[in-house]
Design a protein around this ligand. Structure first.
Ligand SMILES: *Cc1c(COP(=O)(O)O)cnc(C)c1O
Length: 369
């Protein structure tokens, strides 16, 4: 029996992505690579819904926070970090590490950032130059209302820097339509690739901010990235195998149709939440803002998250994940992004029902199986 891998990242790989990684190396300054990489960037722009720039570096998603900061901002700049979970918190702390003047808008974990709260913060602090937003907070299973938040930031003349690590490629996201300035992501979430690529889309205002930015930078310099991308190349040796994988993933997304992919994730999110409710369990997230790429669930009273995860793995070969500090033992998370379809989700949710029975949890009348 194969493992039913339901982590919210890394996520399962489609067969075409796995196969693409068998390919031999090519010369990264030759015509074959240039044609290949030009296509990859074109497809990546289509999925980000932008006519602007998309650049790719070898790194995990976290590098995207740093790329945005060192290219668009300067030491001492006032920024507002919106925080509704572990990733928003880390984004804020990266800002601290770079000597930005980081103000925070914190809301209770499980809730979303609201446009009203953002409006209040920006209205009372006209010095705020940029707003950090986590589109989909993977640690709590919450999707923030990105178009509304971006509109508020825009009205106040602040840059919108979006962590879209667990959203782009799965949830509706319009880089140009919503006037987002930076959209950053990592290959191992909704992109259904192995970990190893950071992907960054940039709008026009990002370039104007870049001209004024005074951070030192070399590897992450977007001026160098743009100059090289214009001729189908990267500034340093590209991670070829990862790019083969990403190329296959982009082709898969575009062949299915981006809006069909968004719809599939809407269905998978609804299906998962419905099953959780019928098992008598509670979502961690406010259901109104619950994510369609990852579902965070509270265990039944008196049952340890670890016992659920171990039983799922031992008896059913289903892999789910616990929470992140400080809610590590308070929730478990079910990933349903990227290469995810109804049959595996049904199987995982049935395994969860059997696991609860094994652990002695009384069976609700409305149970799924
Ligand atoms: C996974 C994740 C990150 C961090 O990505 P790494 O690839 O682990 O560096 C950042 N933000 C969000 C929302 C994520 O889900």
């Amino acid at each position: 029996m194969t493992i039913n891998f339901r982590l919210p990242g890394p996520t399962p790989l489609p067969p075409t992505v796995l196969a693409a990684m068998q390919r031999e190396m090519i010369h990264h300054r030759g015509p074959e690579f240039k044609a290949f990489y030009t296509d990859v960037l074109q497809m990546a722009k289509a999925v980000h819904r932008t006519d602007g720039d998309v650049f790719i570096w070898p790194a995990s998603g976290s590098a995207g926070w740093e790329i945005a900061i060192v290219n668009l901002l300067s030491p001492g700049d006032v920024v507002l970090a919106t925080v509704c979970g572990a990733f928003g918190d880390r984004f804020a702390r990266v800002g601290d590490a770079f000597g930005l003047n980081v103000l925070r808008l914190d809301v209770a974990w499980g809730q979303a950032i609201t446009a009203e709260a953002l409006e209040r913060e920006l209205a009372s602090n006209p010095a705020i130059k940029a707003v950090f937003i986590t589109h989909n907070e993977t640690s709590t299973g919450v999707t923030n209302p990105l178009p509304e938040l971006a509109a508020v930031a825009r009205r106040h003349g602040a840059l919108t820097i979006v962590d879209a690590v667990s959203s782009v490629g799965a949830l509706p996201l319009e880089t140009d339509g919503w006037e987002l300035d930076v959209v950053l992501s990592g290959s191992q979430k909704a992109w259904m690739c192995p970990p190893g690529l950071v992907i960054v889309a940039l709008g026009q205002r990002a370039w104007r901010a870049h001209e004024r930015s005074r951070f030192p930078r070399f590897f992450w310099d977007i001026t160098a990235a743009k100059k090289n991308a214009a001729v189908g190349m990267t500034s340093t040796t590209p991670p070829l195998t990862m790019l083969y994988a990403y190329d296959a993933a982009l082709r898969s997304i575009l062949a299915e149709g981006l809006e069909t992919v968004w719809q599939r994730h809407r269905s998978l999110g609804a299906l998962t939440r419905d099953a959780i409710r019928r098992l008598g369990l509670d979502l961690f997230a406010d259901p109104v803002v619950a994510s369609n790429t990852v579902t965070a669930v509270r265990p039944p009273a008196g049952v340890a998250v670890n016992d659920i995860l171990q039983t799922l793995k031992r008896d059913h070969q289903v892999v789910m994940q616990n929470g992140q500090a400080p809610i590590a033992d308070d929730i478990f998370r079910i990933g349903h992004m990227g290469w995810a379809h109804e049959p595996e989700l049904h199987e995982a949710l049935e395994a969860l029902e059997l696991t609860l029975q094994t652990l002695g949890v009384p069976r609700p009348l409305s149970a799924v199986v």
